[in-house]
Design a protein around this ligand. Structure first.
Ligand code: GAL
Ligand code: CA
Length: 337
């Protein structure tokens, strides 16, 4: 009898432990961050949905601001681990620093979901069986933006201000080394060159935090160098930087075609008023939901896609869920408002 009782006790203990994870109250705890709360898209779209969706699903989510510092993020991850979170959902500050975070998670045997900034070190995702990525196919946004700009260029002969058949453009780039910034920069212009249209890059300027203010200052400087009648197109890696460019153009009373990425509310409004020509929907809501869904499954130790409709992007084997981008122009912007 005593043996049976002991067995029952052990079974009960095992059962209780697995249902409760590390928390006493049985609620899954996710330790998360945003690389900086000073980012329109991450803080304005992704973070609110992470919080709303976590609440809807009854999991505890702690989201901290890494303030653009990878060192800060490393410390925050240490703190999450010592607090005993069940799973980490991490927005890298430096995409090349993925290995450090993966190693910390692996040492603590805590599953890890990286989101929005994809690791740039080859093979690093294979160093831990409990790490996954949620984001997009970085090139897709650039391809869509490029196609949109090319269509408009071909439909508006007057956009070629100096009538030389060459596109003179400026480009406001996001964070150097960020897969989204690099791929968007490359692909958006490639749409023109692939179509046989010669291009001339007057200037390109990156912004580590994809900043509206920095982009505004840059654009103002470009306009004051005498390019107000020379720039034929303003290509922006995101909407936030497009807003800065538009402000600078307003201040200088010029109106040059301008395109962004993200489809922030404000961008949709600007497309409606004709202040902006197009953007690309970066579906932060679904990226946030996929991040939480995967985090919960990882914490529960079940199949990472269990009970969801997400797909892992096999055959590349990068252990990533990638949410699609959508073109947004004057024709369809109101569908997204
Ligand atoms: C991109 C987004 C940018 C910025 C960046 C941060 O996907 O388009 O606006 O938020 O992520 O990593
Ligand atoms: Ca021209």
């Amino acid at each position: 009898m005593k043996k049976v009782l002991t067995l029952v006790t052990v079974l009960l203990l095992v059962f209780t432990m697995s249902a409760c994870k590390s928390d006493d109250d049985g609620v899954i705890t996710i330790g998360a961050n945003i690389y900086t709360f000073n980012d329109n898209f991450m803080n304005g779209v992704v973070r609110p949905e992470l919080e709303r969706y976590a609440e809807e699903l009854g999991v505890e989510l702690d989201v901290v601001d890494s303030e653009g510092s990878q060192a800060t993020l490393n410390n925050q991850v240490d703190t999450f681990i010592s607090k005993g979170v069940d799973v980490l959902a991490i927005n890298l500050v430096d995409p090349a620093a993925a290995g450090t975070i993966i190693e910390k998670a692996k040492d603590a045997d805590i599953p890890l979901i990286l989101f929005n900034k994809e690791a740039t070190v080859a093979g690093v995702m294979d160093t831990y069986d409990k790490v996954w990525y949620v984001g997009t196919d970085s090139a897709e946004a650039g391809i869509i933006q490029g196609q949109m700009m090319l269509n408009d260029w071909q439909a508006n002969a007057a956009w070629d201000l100096n009538e030389d058949g060459v596109l003179q453009y400026v480009l406001l780039k996001g964070e150097p080394g960020h897969p989204d910034a690099e791929a968007r920069t490359l692909e958006s212009i490639k749409a023109f060159t692939d179509a046989g249209i010669a291009v001339e890059e007057l200037a390109i300027q990156p912004s580590t935090t994809w900043s509206t203010t920095e982009a505004g200052d840059t654009m103002a400087a470009w306009l004051s160098t005498g390019w107000a009648d020379t720039i034929e197109l303003v290509v922006c890696n995101n909407d936030g930087m497009a807003f800065g460019a538009i402000q600078a153009m307003d201040n200088a009373s010029v109106d040059i075609p301008v395109y962004g990425v993200d489809a922030l509310e404000e961008a949709l409004a600007k497309i409606g008023t004709g202040d902006m020509n197009g953007t690309v929907l970066n579906d932060g809501v679904n990226q946030a939901r996929a991040t939480i869904d995967l985090a919960i499954n990882a914490a529960n130790g079940v199949d990472i896609l269990d009970g969801t409709t997400w797909v892992i992007d096999a055959p590349t084997g990068t252990k990533a869920v990638r949410v699609s981008y959508v073109a947004v122009t004057a024709d369809n912007y109101s569908d997204f408002q």
